[in-house]
Ligand binder design. Structure first.
Ligand code: 8YV
Length: 321
């Protein structure tokens, strides 16, 4: 029996490709740069399955070009890059990779929070530029993290992992969710509306999925609710924060600092962000540890393998009716 045809959109770990080749006839992009849209549409034409990352758009135009497509496996927990309604309408299964990246992403939220609150990037740039001539009492004074109030917008799996780490810093914990988090009492977290959370928190971490409802959830008005000197961390998705408004707010010192892993229009971020000193910038590294990325890549592959064996996908994304 012939194997189903699979398209892999970017370079992936060799052991993952090896596994996929056991069950699929694979056409794999050997490069990190995605194929141009027209080339991708051409390559997907006869494919039964598609292996993508969270940085590849699977939109109606692509699905239109793939009449045989039955499954899209994404190596990401987020799935806002996949047109779920169009997949549902065509009976295409979509899978993501929940769970395997929670801890690494929570670590990254803390790395950005600490670096931003204690001005690590800014002071390192200054030091490397040869400006350090003498120690001074008030050089690069940052914000206390220990004993401060941490606001988590989105208390899901990753938000909870961030919250657990806050205990070691003796922090007061607030969270914002559409519904009460079942583990809030165990985490010692109190629920607030977004407005109150932003007003009360010294440090705010955004961990909500991107959707039409969360587009520009944090804009000029919301940034204005934050305490002067507060820290804002976004490890969720670009587009949840209005980047242009954030640049203006950082220049005005409210918030005092930001740590960003994700951006609108990634990887072409707003050049103004590069000019603002009080922001720590990372190139979408939230899940970037070897064990976490390999775990995600393997789970995406195992979803495809399980589907190809007729056992159904392991971690399907619920599709709209
Ligand atoms: C991925 C992510 O690295 O899982 C997600 O949703 O944002 C990251 O962990 C990114 O989407 C590339 O696939």
């Amino acid at each position: 029996m012939s194997h189903p045809k699979l398209l892999v959109t970017r370079r992936v770990f060799p052991e993952v490709l090896e596994l996929l080749r056991e069950r699929f006839e694979v056409d794999a992009n050997p490069a990190d740069e995605p194929w141009p849209a027209a080339a991708l549409r051409e390559r997907v034409r006869d494919r039964d399955a598609l292996y993508v990352t969270g940085s590849d758009r699977v939109d109606a135009a692509l699905l239109e070009a793939a009449p045989a497509l039955r499954i899209v496996a994404s190596g990401s927990v987020g799935y806002n890059h996949v047109d779920l309604a169009a997949c549902g309408a065509r009976g295409i299964v979509v899978t993501n990779t929940p769970g395997v990246l929670d801890e690494a992403t929570a670590d990254m939220a803390w790395a950005l929070l600490m670096a931003a609150a204690r001005r690590l990037s800014e002071s390192e740039r200054w030091l490397r530029a040869g400006h350090w001539k003498a120690w001074a009492w008030d050089q690069f004074l940052g914000q206390d993290v220990h004993g401060a109030t941490l606001g988590i917008v989105g208390m899901g799996r990753i938000g909870s992992a961030i919250a657990r780490r806050a205990r070691g810093f003796d922090m007061r914990l607030l969270y914002c969710n559409r519904t009460p988090a079942p583990n809030a009492a165990e985490l010692g977290a109190q629920r607030r509306g977004l407005d109150a959370l932003l007003r009360e928190s010294d440090h705010v971490v955004l961990v909500v999925p991107y959707s039409q409802q969360t587009h520009h959830l944090i804009g000029a008005r919301e940034l204005g609710w934050m305490k002067p000197g507060a820290t804002l961390v976004n490890i969720a998705r670009g587009g949840i924060v209005d980047d242009a408004a954030l640049v203006r707010a950082l220049r005005a010192g409210r918030p005092g600092a930001a740590g960003l892993d994700v951006y609108e229009n990634e990887p072409a971020l707003d050049p103004a962000l590069l000019e603002v000193p009080n922001v720590v910038l990372a190139p979408h590294l939230g899940s970037a540890t070897r064990s976490s990325r390999l775990g995600m890549a393997m789970l995406a592959a195992r979803n495809l393998m399980s589907w190809a064996e007729g056992a159904g996908p392991l971690t399907p994304v619920p599709l709209p009716d």
